[in-house]
Design a protein around this ligand. Structure first.
Ligand code: FAD
Length: 240
């Protein structure tokens, strides 16, 4: 192993905690570096909190449109184009990434794109996108690698081609039916947004492991309802 580069603070993951620690420490004059393997700024601005609010907001506007007569407004043949909703969301994410890059620059914290792994105490090897590596040693090393969605072992779920929140936020069409597995706030957010669309997708949430049989039945039933585009959405956070 080459002699590692020395830092005061080395952070794995540019999500909520990681980026603020690095920015704050760098502003105090510490040598801080953050490594990020995919999402600059972490999940929240790229694939989670903010993109989901963007879609909820579009759904809210759509629900007002659907009720426009109540407000004395007439309209004909209006439609939702999910490609437009998705493009608006992508534009917002691009703006947020630029904002994060500007914050790294102004704070003096270094952002290193690559995947990190421990190879010795307080020492990380970062695999860079170009195939190279950097070796970093930190006086303090902070692990802020977040969580990932996982597909539960529910009979028929994997075969139904489920979406996680990442794909659900990239939908380019409104599904006729949406079966949401997981009744946490993320599932409820999506159910609410989709119910606000004029197609009135069925948002169904279940969270108990003991209800796996019921879920398998629902998944099968959703598959058998042509011409509906059956979409199930499985979300559960798991830590590596
Ligand atoms: C749809 C949705 C909506 C949500 N809405 C809200 C909300 O309204 N309000 C709220 O407070 N929370 C919300 N959350 C939760 C919130 O997004 C998370 O709690 C938060 O983003 C977690 O931050 P984190 O820093 O722990 O992890 P992340 O933001 O996931 O950051 C971890 C980062 O580490 C990187 N990484 C992982 N391993 C490595 C490695 N080995 N090397 C380099 N980089 C690595 C990942 O690429 C990632 O960018 C929502 C989540 C979802 C999915």
């Amino acid at each position: 192993m080459p002699t590692p580069e020395q830092y005061d603070v080395v952070v794995l993951g540019s999500g909520e905690a990681g980026k603020y620690i690095a920015w704050t420490q760098a502003k105090k004059g510490k040598r801080a570096i953050v490594m990020e393997r995919r999402y600059i700024g972490g999940s929240c601005p790229n694939i989670a909190c903010l993109p989901s609010k963007n879609i909820i907001h579009s759904a809210k506007v759509a629900s007002y449109f659907a009720r426009s007569e109540e407000f004395g407004i007439t309209k004909d043949n209006w439609q939702i184009h999910m490609t437009g909703v998705r493009d608006g969301k992508r534009k917002m994410v691009e703006g947020l990434v630029d904002m994060h890059l500007a914050n790294f620059k102004s704070s003096g914290a270094e952002l290193l794109l690559g995947s990190g792994r421990f190879i010795a105490p307080k020492t990380v090897e970062v695999s860079l996108p170009d195939g190279g590596s950097r070796f970093l040693h930190g006086e303090n090393v902070i692990i802020s690698t977040g969580s990932r969605a996982t597909i539960e072992p529910i009979p028929g779920l994997r075969e139904s081609g489920p979406l996680t929140h990442i794909e659900a936020l990239e939908l380019d069409h409104l599904p006729e039916h949406l079966l949401i597995v997981g009744g946490g706030y993320i599932g409820l957010e999506f159910a609410q947004a989709m119910r606000n669309s004029p197609k009135r997708c069925a948002g169904s949430a279940a969270k108990s492991r003991s209800s796996n049989e019921t879920l398998a039945w629902l998944i099968e039933k959703t598959k058998m309802s042509p011409p509906c585009s059956a979409t199930s959405f499985a979300m559960k956070a798991s830590r590596f």
